[in-house]
Ligand binder design. Sequence first.
Ligand SMILES: *Cc1c(COP(=O)(O)O)cnc(C)c1O
Length: 372
Amino acid sequence: MSAPLPMRPAARESILRIAPYIPGRSTAGAARKEYKLSSNENPLGPSPAAREAFIAAATSLERYPDGGATLLRDAIADTYGLKADRIICGNGSDEILSMIAHAFLAEGDEAIFTEHAFLMYRIVTLAAGADPVVVAEPDMQIDVDAILAAVTERTKIVFLANPNNPTGSYTPAAEVKRLREGLPASVLLVIDAAYAEYVRKNDYESGIELVATRDDTIMTRTFSKIHALAGLRLGWAYAPAAVIDALHRVRGPFNVNAPAIAAGVAALADRAHMEEAVAHNAYWLPEVSRRVRELGFAVPDSVGNFILIDFSPVEGADAGNADDFLGARGCVLRRVAGYGLPQMLRMTIGDEEANEAVIAALSEYRKGLPGG
Ligand SMILES: *Cc1c(COP(=O)(O)O)cnc(C)c1O
């Protein structure tokens, strides 16, 4: 006799193991003026040309978008010197990560990522019915040998955020290459380069060069960060032909909407606006890091548009209390206990006013502590 049927429709067991993603808070509640620095959004906003293209697209909302996002793929191909047929676009790069998991993972497979990696890797792995394998990240740096040691014959994917969010650390090109060369050819290496445009390091490579020479590696990118189009949900990936082919098979036929395509094309064309965002961050990232360190808190080096503030070196300080204290002064930062970093907060680099507000509030918080 077979087991009795459930009393109601039941999701797969692995789906119920997913802890839902909790986005950065948009409001702290009490304060009048608020500085939202919890989701790594770009304080300069999108290119005015992208905004105009978005508004112009509102005149034809009755029409389906081009399912192949051809104009956008061509614009990306032109910008980066790539072949358009090796590019796929998504409703945010999160959607592409999810398509990758659905196309390449099955029940019983394993996907590897590191201890403080972006939370979406666990979510998409479990959603595909596969098992997450978490590798230690000593001093919040990627340890290539530890990743290689975790590979089994069940491993199908390795996710690598480069730079990583929330740690802000990056893996040099030579190390990424060593990782790739140490992995079996059957393992897909996913390089998530959401913050690539912000990185100003000679030994960094976003993944384009590696993907160009191999058939086992994919790089994902986003319009949410440097292009400030997070609300539109737009991402892309560059991958070998066979990987692109598999992703097209699981992709919804109209996964990227028409206003997003139009705005994305315009954003890529406005090179000056993008460079302004890079320059803003290049000034404020070290400036904010230095001034927060001067208050006695630790700030690990970051190459992204955000920093971690580590409260543990200061007696009596606590990330939870500090978050409440900052929130009451309108500064909305991100708790990262869910990333295994309970004594830290993540702060997005904001505009001048927001950055100064956080530094002033932190300084006040420090003064209220023993020895402050
Ligand atoms: C913000 C972010 C993304 C981008 O997500 P979208 O879905 O494109 O908005 C991807 N990976 C990491 C590590 C991020 O921090």
